[in-house]
Write a protein that binds this ligand. Structure first.
Ligand code: ADP
Length: 400
């Protein structure tokens, strides 16, 4: 048996032959597994970082979009929204706006037509688009810019131009109305002047001449009143123009002055004008000239629209505990019809169609603008034949 390798050695060698690679492999595998674990952890970490970065970008993007302050949309040519801010969602009336296809979702409207044009165009598109926002009509100036991205995105910005448009319309109407109102008396004056110049029999007849001069004076006075009212209105209608003084005054003094100026008219009509102002002195801040105009126009309106005897006009002013003021002018005259009531503060609006009552139609427009320029508001209510009340609300003034 000597010289022969024993079975146990052979077995040992065989086991060794298998075990060595196994040990080697298993240690390798362990290394690989550890490496894989490390890679897994690293990738988890990277994924987390990526998510965090994405959140950052999204947050910054939304901060940027919201801070724009105007509705903004980024769309694909298909109509699908890629980016939008809250204001844009509100404007188009779609809550979950991201990824929504506006060209498919929106009903036929000016907005949809514009978006269609914007998505189909390779050049910038601009238009004024009328939109109803929470039931209120508004006008937006929309500008769409095609972007040079692979997806051919289009960026759209909307600017609210409702106020600008409203002012433009008011200005246009004002010029048209003012020209019309001025042209009427001027045409009459020119007519009478022509007659006096071209027709000797008119100029020579003292009675006709006198009557013509009287009519010309009447119309010239009307033009002068119109121009004075237009100037007052344009001054009080220019906020921040420096026309409005800011000083302390006693409303009682102002009202007494106005009532004194209107006394001859009130006496002639056998009307009574009462004043109940408390506390005394009734101290206010602002421009007393315009408050005098407000009180004058309201009291004069009550008187001139009710020439029959027995009219009672009451001017009242009170202050509540919070310092807010209420000023009312009430009369028991003919009143204002419900059809006319919504328009009486409009420029050049006159409810009287008889032409017998003097006026420019600018009196209440001046009143409203003067009150609003002082931070207040005015409204009117009327039960024809019973009573008409103009009520001014003035919040506590910040300077007090
Ligand atoms: P006007 O210069 O014609 O007086 P206003 O703007 O002051 O113009 O008033 C508009 C219209 O409102 C008047 O034409 C008048 O018909 C009506 N109105 C104003 N105040 C009264 C009132 N107290 N009673 C009846 N009608 C009034």
């Amino acid at each position: 048996m000597h010289g022969m390798i024993g079975w146990d050695v052979v077995l040992g060698l065989v086991i060794l032959a298998f075990a060595i690679p196994f040990i080697f492999l298993s240690s390798r595998m362990k290394q690989v597994r550890l490496r894989a674990l490390a890679v897994q952890q690293e990738s988890k970490y990277l994924r987390m970082m990526l998510r965090e970065l994405e959140n950052h970008v999204r947050h910054d993007q939304s901060l940027f979009l919201e801070s724009l302050g105007v509705p903004f949309l980024l769309m694909r040519p298909s109509g699908r929204v890629e980016m939008a801010n809250e204001k844009a969602a509100e404007l188009v009336g779609v809550e979950s706006i991201i990824q929504a296809n506006l060209l498919r979702m929106l009903p036929e409207s000016e907005l949809k037509t514009f978006l269609q044009q914007a998505c189909n165009s390779t050049v910038p598109v601009r238009a004024d688009v009328a939109v109803e926002l929470q039931g209120v009509p508004r006008l937006y100036r929309a500008t769409a810019t095609p972007l040079e991205t692979r997806e051919r995105h289009v960026g759209i910005v909307f600017l609210d131009v409702t106020e600008e448009h409203r002012t433009q319309v008011i200005r246009r109407d004002f010029v048209a109305n003012a020209s019309h109102e001025l042209r009427t008396p001027l045409t009459l004056i020119i007519g009478y002047l022509d007659a006096l110049i071209d027709e000797p029999e008119v100029a020579e007849d003292a009675a006709i001449r006198q009557r013509s001069l009287g009519i010309m004076k009447h119309h010239a006075d009307r033009m002068s009143r119109l121009i004075a009212d237009m100037l007052t209105l344009s001054r009080v209608d220019s906020p921040g123009s420096g026309y409005l003084k800011h000083e302390e005054f006693n409303l009682c003094r102002v009202a007494e002055d106005v009532i004194l100026r209107l006394k001859p008219m009130a006496d002639e009509q056998k009307a009574t004008v009462n004043m109940e102002i408390a506390p005394q002195p009734f101290v206010m801040w602002g421009d007393s000239f315009y408050w005098a105009q407000v009180i004058f126009n309201l009291l004069e309106n009550a008187l001139k629209n009710n020439p029959s005897p027995g009219l009672v006009v009451s001017l009242r002013a009170t202050t509540d505990e919070a310092g807010a003021r209420t000023i009312t002018v009430e009369d028991n005259g003919v009143g204002i019809s419900p059809e006319a009531l919504p328009y009486i503060f409009n420029r050049f609006y006159r409810a009287d169609t008889t032409g017998k009552i003097k006026g420019t139609g600018l009196g209440l427009a001046i009143v409203r603008h003067a009150v609003e320029a002082h931070g207040g508001s005015i409204c009117a209510s009327s039960t024809p034949g019973e009573r008409t009340v103009f009520t001014i609300h003035l919040p506590k003034q910040s300077v007090e």
